[in-house]
Design a protein around this ligand. Structure first.
Ligand code: NDP
Ligand code: OXD
Length: 309
């Protein structure tokens, strides 16, 4: 049994070093080095190259090194019968919650505008918003959505949520499914998307949805670029229905230099940094599942292939 790490950024060595430090007896390889393919039972992946997962005849589990697994399902070459797991981690959740809180407060207090004014030596006080002015609607009340809701409540926000199934989260009214979606939207002055990207949720942030939001709502997408119909967002900001948007994720990453989001005064973009898996925090769950594979036990944080998340 052995582990292979497959990712196309410059983080393979850090993951490998940390895994080895925590489990010196387990053989751990980068997919870029010579390695015995038949020994690999666990593949730890992030945006793997197409076909890279087809080379392991004894693969028993594909572990996403992030919370999302959409990139695994997108790769048609990924074997259909192998269990997939994902990261569910308190550090990932608190990082996300801090990021969204920062975006909301930044928007309320016009901080980006003042920074731009500062560069031009412009003194231009503007009206600001308060926490008590808004209800935050969170689409997706999973590991990240629930933690965000808890933290927003601690900061005196009124919070509502939307998911497929009922939830019991103190202080949060959670709406379910399509029939309650419009009621949820009609109350969301700040809409935060924390949905997984699936067949059902692709393109969900579109003009039909924006129309249901209260006038001057602010949209935050920290989930996946595929949730958003870019032209619809531009239309609804430019026609004045939406106040603006904070976007961390895009259809194409890095975002093309030609894209109108870069220069739009009401769109705040960041380069997919809302919450990045913390290696030390995530490693214990990878090793726990490696041990479970060995023992033939059910895997933790398993993805439901039918649902796609
Ligand atoms: P979870 O799987 O824990 O939660 C997903 C939530 O979405 C669940 O509450 C689920 O409902 C709900 N949901 C799924 N499909 C629908 C639907 N069709 N209608 C209504 N609700 C739906 O995911 P996480 O919270 O761990 O992560 C969410 C996403 O955040 C990830 O998939 C990833 O894409 C993104 N992400 C982005 C990061 C960034 O840096 N920008 C970092 C980390 C994650 P139910 O509970 O009823 O199943
Ligand atoms: C994730 C991400 O899904 O970083 O973890 O986007």
């Amino acid at each position: 049994m052995a582990i292979v790490i497959i990712r196309q950024d410059n983080k393979i060595d850090s993951w490998k070093k940390a895994l080895k430090a925590n489990a010196p007896d387990i053989p751990i390889y980068s997919y870029l080095e010579e390695h015995p393919k038949e020994e690999i039972t666990l593949a730890c992946v992030w945006k793997q190259p197409v076909d890279s997962l087809t080379q392991y005849p004894n693969l028993k589990c594909i572990a996403s090194l992030g919370a999302g697994v959409d990139f695994i399902f997108k790769d048609q070459s990924v074997p259909e019968n192998i269990p997939i797991t994902r990261v569910v981690d308190p550090v990932l959740a608190s990082d996300m919650s801090e990021f969204v809180l920062a975006l909301i407060l930044n928007y309320f207090k016009n901080l980006n505008n003042y920074r731009t004014d500062q560069m031009k030596k412009v003194w231009y006080p503007q009206e600001y918003k308060r926490i008590s002015d808004v209800t935050v609607g969170i689409m997706g009340m999973g590991a990240l959505g629930e933690k965000l809701a808890e933290d927003l409540i601690k900061n005196r926000f009124e919070v509502i949520g939307w998911a497929t199934s009922p939830k019991n989260i103190p202080g949060v009214e959670v709406y379910n499914g399509d029939k309650e979606k419009n009621t949820f939207l009609s109350r969301s002055n700040i809409l935060v998307c924390l949905l997984p990207l699936t067949r059902q949720t692709t393109g969900i942030l579109n003009n039909k949805l924006f129309k249901e939001l209260p006038k001057q709502s602010y949209v935050i997408n920290v989930a996946r670029g595929g949730h958003l119909v870019d032209e619809d967002l531009l239309e609804y900001i430019n026609n004045g229905h939406l106040a603006g948007a904070g976007l961390d994720v895009f259809h194409e990453e890095p975002l093309s230099v030609e894209h109108p989001f870069w220069t739009h005064p009401k769109i705040h973009i960041t380069p997919h940094v809302a919450s990045v898996s913390d290696i030390e925090s995530v490693i214990p769950q990878l090793l726990e599942n490696y041990g479970r594979l060995k023992e033939g036990l059910p895997l933790n944080n398993a993805v439901n292939r039918e649902k796609g998340y």
